[in-house]
Ligand binder design. Structure first.
Ligand SMILES: Cc1cc2nc3c(=O)[nH]c(=O)nc-3n(C[C@H](O)[C@H](O)[C@H](O)COP(=O)(O)OP(=O)(O)OC[C@H]3O[C@@H](n4cnc5c(N)ncnc54)[C@H](O)[C@@H]3O)c2cc1C
Length: 570
């Protein structure tokens, strides 16, 4: 296996065996479970982190990919949440500069006074449809937003555009737009990898911790142990824990039921996004995000993503997170919404290169408009039946605020274990964000060194650096220049082999949908699926039948996600 890329076994922290007892077992490896895992590992607590599917394959793989202060939460008076989110946004821009980047954002405005009355009602938590946010209300909002975002600020304050300047800078905007507020948010370019890096960091910080994907909790055993089924081996493990953390997002009540706890904490709602390939739309955005109110009173967004455009999202209540999918009506809604703000642009289904969706793990809030349910987070505590073992459920939250939520949860766990915090995570760099070159000169030096030590040319070194940050050193060191792949010229054969070997890839979808940006970037084709399946098969030891079924399942998933399987990327 390792011969494929000359890979060493020191690169396999994910392969550690599962022990019989851990002080803390975390159920669910989305961003909240992974963030908590890293935090507790940094405090020297031995933890087991498990997920029923792949790492970061639930809601955490389905966000709008904004690392944001949450400007719209000002409307509902959630100032604490805005303050926390803005700080976490600023921290992530520093701690994960390889994946979290500034995003200039345009708030289109159609009137001067619009929205004052509706936002007052919203502020008072009364129902109201806010489909016109005027210049006055936007100015107040952006000024407050700058104020809340001033701690550790790295991005410029807001400005306003109007008249000729606005037309010149954004010529395709609806002519009824008379002003635009311009401000900055953050975006995470590869959320799935950033979450995986937290897990890898945790494993490196604490050699006695373990993380396993495809290992659902399926029940409880003798003496309050947890039964975990390891899908890859078919083995069921009975694992004891002093504290259990249920970080299973929209599945929290389901997982609690598996543990024998009857809870009604969650009220998830589904959101879908489209990735479209449309050069004219891409050009109209001028590299910016347009964050705009729609005629149905919702807020939508459009921004450039890997040479394509991301459109999202919807807000639809769902009962069962396992049944969620993006249907025709939702797809059409997202396609149509674009021409409300850019009237010269009409999209069709043929423009879609990828669709994704997920269920926001929101607290139950019966009767409330889905968009108005708070995105704040809290911890609910139950007991494992027949024992005194605490079961802490991590409810709500956002991608942006994972560190703060993890800190809150870790402090609660540490208190219950009678231990003290050793390390503050506020300034902890993540994965390939460590030793990240701070300016152009250092970047140049880094790339030259990377090319020399990794035996690559400068072009390849740059691709690896942009894809993995400073973790590129580990990858280049193992894979060198490598043979590039037909249909995927930016990826090399040994690079993908390395990911399969060292990043706990179990299925072909793990590799194509999460470890790499191949699916999200609209680069899937039948040929790509077949070629990458051969690489994964060699490294992971799949026989012909397994390889065939992986290809079939990936094609099925690709169709479900409207990925360009029948249309090779141009
Ligand atoms: C459409 C949409 C747009 C969003 N946009 C943004 C945004 O732009 N910015 C932002 O900050 N936030 C955004 N969010 C919110 C953010 O993505 C979520 O709050 C966050 O990802 C939740 O993380 P989590 O770890 O709690 O849940 P999840 O990521 O869902 O993780 C839960 C995990 O538990 C696992 N699990 C379930 N059952 C079991 C079991 N029996 N055993 C073991 N594991 C189990 C699941 O497989 C899953 O991986 C968005 C969310 C959605 C859905």
């Amino acid at each position: 296996m390792a011969e494929t890329a000359g890979i060493t076994d020191g690169t396999r922290p994910f392969a550690r065996p599962i022990r019989q007892h851990y002080p803390v077992v975390i159920l669910g490896a989305g961003i909240n479970g992974s963030g908590l895992f890293r935090d507790l590992c940094a405090q020297g607590v031995d933890c087991l982190l498990i997920d029923k599917g792949d790492f970061c394959s639930g809601a955490s793989a389905a966000p709008s990919r904004l690392i944001h202060g949450g400007i719209k939460y000002l409307e509902t008076g959630e100032f604490r949440l805005v303050k926390e989110s803005a700080l976490e946004r600023n921290l992530l821009l520093c701690n994960a500069p390889h994946y979290v980047k500034p995003l200039e954002t345009v708030l289109p405005i159609r009137s001067t006074w619009g929205g004052l009355w509706a936002s007052t009602l919203r502020f008072l938590r009364l129902k109201s449809r806010l489909n016109d946010r005027g210049a006055i209300i936007t100015k107040i909002g952006l000024t407050l937003y700058d104020l809340y975002g001033r701690h550790r600020q790295t991005m410029p304050s807001h400005r306003f555009l109007r008249g000729d300047t606005l037309r010149r800078e954004m010529p395709d905007l609806d002519p009824q737009v008379t002003f635009a507020g311009i401000y900055h948010e953050g975006r995470v370019t590869h959320a799935e990898r950033l979450a995986l890096e937290l897990v890898r960091d945790g494993l490196e910080l604490n050699p006695a911790s373990t993380a396993r994907n495809y290992a659902p909790v399926v029940g409880t055993g003798e003496g309050g142990t947890l039964l975990l089924r390891e899908e890859t081996t078919g083995k069921t493990h009975s694992v004891g824990a002093d504290i259990i953390v249920n970080a299973s997002g929209a599945w929290i009540d389901k997982v609690n039921a598996t543990l024998g706890i009857d809870s009604r904490h969650m009220g998830g709602n589904k959101g879908a996004h489209l990735v479209v390939r449309h050069p004219r739309l891409l050009e109209a955005l001028q590299g910016r995000m347009i964050y705009f109110g729609t005629s149905d009173g919702r807020v939508n967004l459009l921004y450039p993503l890997m040479g394509n455009v991301l459109i999202g999202s919807t807000d639809i209540p769902v009962d069962d997170p396992d049944e969620a999918a993006c249907d025709e009506t939702e797809t059409q809604y997202l396609l149509d919404v674009v021409s409300e703000i850019l009237p010269g642009i009409r999209l069709t289904k043929d423009d879609i290169v990828f669709t994704y969706w997920g269920v926001r793990p929101l607290p139950r809030a019966d009767g409330l408009d889905p968009g108005a349910v708070s995105r704040d987070h809290h911890i609910a505590e139950d007991r494992l039946p027949g024992t005194s073992i605490p079961v802490l459920a991590l409810i709500g939250g956002k991608w942006t605020t994972f560190r703060g939520f993890s800190e809150q949860a870790a402090d609660r766990v540490l208190e219950q274990l009678g231990r003290k915090r050793r390390q503050d995570t506020r300034n902890m760099r993540i994965g390939g964000g460590r030793n990240y070159p701070a300016d152009g000169r250092l970047r140049h030096e880094f790339l030259a060194d990377l090319a020399k030590s990794g035996g690559t040319d400068l072009r390849r070194a740059t691709i690896l650096f942009e894809r993995y940050g400073t973790y590129a050193h580990a990858i280049a060191g193992e894979t060198g220049n490598g043979e590039v792949l037909e249909g995927l010229p930016d990826y090399s054969r040994p690079e993908l082999a390395f990911l399969c070997h060292s990043e706990s890839v179990v299925t072909l979808c793990d590799l194509l949908f999460r470890r790499t940006d191949i699916a999200l970037g609209g680069k899937l084709s039948t040929r790509v699926i077949e070629t990458t399946a051969q690489i994964a098969a060699e490294v992971l030891g799949w026989d012909a039948a397994r390889t065939k079924s992986e290809i079939a399942e990936t094609i099925r998933q690709a169709r479900l996600h409207n990925a360009g399987v029948v249309r090779p990327p141009t």
